[in-house]
Ligand binder design. Structure first.
Ligand code: AQP
Length: 335
């Protein structure tokens, strides 16, 4: 079976975008792959995180993943900082990746914005750590949202350069797995911007722990335009907010934009938003209540994550040790 790795940052409450673009697909892919699911707290601190909040959000993220159906018995769920192989391999990859490659990363440009001089150097080398996350396990398939495609290409460039420079065939090629109509969920306030858990506006997103009233309010307030929904998908092209809401509906019903328009075309946004709200509540309420149940026993949750980290290290440590040997380190560490 091919090995799958994917991560999610504990940088906020996970959103509907994280769910439809990533977590839901993680659950689907578990049937026929060996999977490692990682709460990437090392990535989270590339931007400022209050320590107490980060600790709580890391546990909450793990609880949400379990509530969504991640299986910690058949697969491995763990916190990135609990397995040191990630940081060790990332340093080697910092020395393999070229500055020119990192300069092309659009996510860095988006996140750094105009304040480029003031962001952490960790944010800049974030893709090198992401490459290490995957290659430390020789994982070959990575389910991600569409926004991460460029980082995976970079992870392959790093592997190829490492293999070339050291004359080996050590790190395999990795393949993104981008599934589902809702591969990119956009902000509820601006249909041209992706929905993000760290967006300053809570109204821009649906959080996976939002209650029914909050979901209803956020959808009611979601930006739209004055026209009714079209019958033809082509007519959504210039209407990003309408396209986003239709896309969310399609993803939640495992259908596509055309089928949603067949059912709702010609309707105003009022009735469509009501239908979307009902659907969201139906899908998300069980996740929110199971998350709360899991968080009520933090000791059990922490134990589960400790076992996950031990199992992850058993795979990653020998791979990273071999990478260090290939680079020429004498290797006196006793692990
Ligand atoms: N809006 C989105 N639509 C589809 N997929 C998304 N993902 C994130 N936002 C969307 C996917 O979720 C996975 C985990 O992402 P992450 O937490 O590691 O980082 P991110 O992509 O930067 O997500 P956020 O929510 O925007 O976090 P912040 O605000 O902290 O930067 C990834 O597979 C991603 O594709």
């Amino acid at each position: 079976m091919q090995r799958v790795f994917s991560g999610i940052q504990p940088s906020g409450i996970p959103t509907l975008g994280n769910y439809l673009g990533a977590i839901r697909n993680w659950v689907k892919i578990q049937d026929n792959h060996d999977c490692l699911w990682c709460v990437v707290d090392l990535h989270a601190i590339t931007v400022w995180q209050d320590p107490a909040v980060l600790r709580q959000q890391s546990l909450e993220m793990a609880a949400v993943l379990l509530a969504c159906g991640v299986d910690p018995a058949k697969h491995i769920l763990f916190l990135q900082s609990a397995v040191r192989a990630h940081a060790q391999l990332a340093w080697i990859f910092n020395c393999v990746a070229r500055l020119g490659w990192l300069n092309r990363m659009t996510q860095f440009k988006d996140k750094a914005g105009k304040d480029r001089e003031n962001v952490s150097s960790g944010l800049y080398v974030y893709p090198n750590l992401m490459a290490a996350d995957i290659h430390a396990y020789h994982a070959t398939r990575v389910p991600v949202g569409d926004d991460q495609r460029q980082h995976l290409e970079l992870a392959n460039d790093i592997a190829q350069k490492f293999n070339h420079d050291y004359g080996v065939d050590f790190f395999p090629n990795i393949e993104p797995v981008i599934l589902g109509a809702g591969a990119r969920v956009m902000s509820l306030r601006d249909g041209t911007k992706k929905m993000s858990k760290s967006d300053p506006s809570d109204q821009s997103r649906i959080n996976l722990n939002d209650n029914a009233d909050t979901i209803a309010l956020k959808i009611r307030r979601a930006k739209t335009d004055p026209l009714p929904l079209p019958f033809d998908v082509q007519e959504l092209a210039e209407r990003p907010e309408a396209r986003n809401l239709v896309g969310i509906y399609a993803a939640l019903t495992d259908s596509d934009h055309a089928s949603v328009l067949k059912e709702h075309g010609g309707q105003g946004f009022g009735p469509f938003k009501n239908a979307l709200t009902m659907l969201l509540i139906e899908k998300l309420a069980p996740i929110a209540s199971e998350t709360q149940r899991l968080l009520s026993d933090q000791e059990a949750l922490i134990n589960l994550l400790r076992v996950g980290a031990e199992r992850a290290a058993v795979i990653a440590d020998p791979i990273v040790k071999e990478a260090e040997r290939l680079v020429g380190f004498v290797g006196l560490r006793g692990d």
